[in-house]
Write a protein that binds this ligand. Sequence first.
Ligand code: SF4
Length: 337
Amino acid sequence: MTRLNFEILHWYEINKRNLPWRNTKNPYFVWLSEIILQQTRVDQGLPYYEKFIAQYPTIFDLAKASEKNILKDWQGLGYYSRARNLHYTAKKIVQSYHGIFPSTFDEILLLKGIGRYTAAAIASFCFDEQIAVLDGNVYRLLSRIFDIDLPVNVSKNQVEFEKIANEFLDKTNPGNFNQAMMEFGALQCKPVSPNCSSCPLRIYCLSYKNETVAFRPVKLKKQKIRKRFFIYWVLEKDGNVLLRRRLENDIWKMLYEFPSSEFPNQKEQENFVSRFLQFPQKTFKHILSHQHITATFIAIEDVSGFSFPDSDWIASESISDFPMHRLMTRYLEQRNH
Ligand code: SF4
């Protein structure tokens, strides 16, 4: 154990909050607490944890309960998929594992509704697996102790943080150390106004030394999602279809698609679409990393009156020879079935 590890554990022994899930190594209880506490404050989650433990004292009780009752008991916590996944996974553990909770990170990670954070928490708290737990508090604490300027909200950096956290982990008591790291981040090294003046890590903390505490952790600003509304005109004549290549400096540059019209908002797009209700239509929601697209494809039989000078007629049967974006292929796949 390093001096730094010791200081964190020592601080934890003195300052930790007495929370019921800290006094157990029962993986069922720890799992319940971790799922309840996702997106939820401790003071809000605590009564739910106590209610669930009383109502469903074992995983068998949870597995055989009705989904309706579980959702009722969950009422008020929000994100109801958490409750549905809890029920699904309880049944899975009873059916496939005879009610015995899997004991390794890799096995636990396979369960529905359990991500890397929760799997590492259960594996280390309950089974002493030497694996670091990374929640927002730990990301912040590591960023500050080691003055790391890698953005914490970029998924490729997760691997680097996991490496650092696992090297830093106290291997003699990983579960306790993980809890200490999270608690230290939550109470001492807080996001705003961390208690540096009373911090036992101050002499080791690189961001304190480098005066970068206020800038750690680094977070990339999330790009704003742009909403876009299109109509795609599916115009066919004598076995040919009208196709254009996108040349604008925009998404899907150089890819082929049907001629399209873009509208500034949903209302204008829908008004326009309503003028063509006599023709077959298909609407798709298409999600790109920074754009959410609503596109309605309208297949027009009588193409007279339509003019798209930047488009060409091509034989319908050769359409698959042209490189197209995913929205186009989604439409074509549906149409051909
Ligand atoms: S000195 Fe400040 S920034 Fe560094 S670990 Fe302690 S509380 Fe966090």
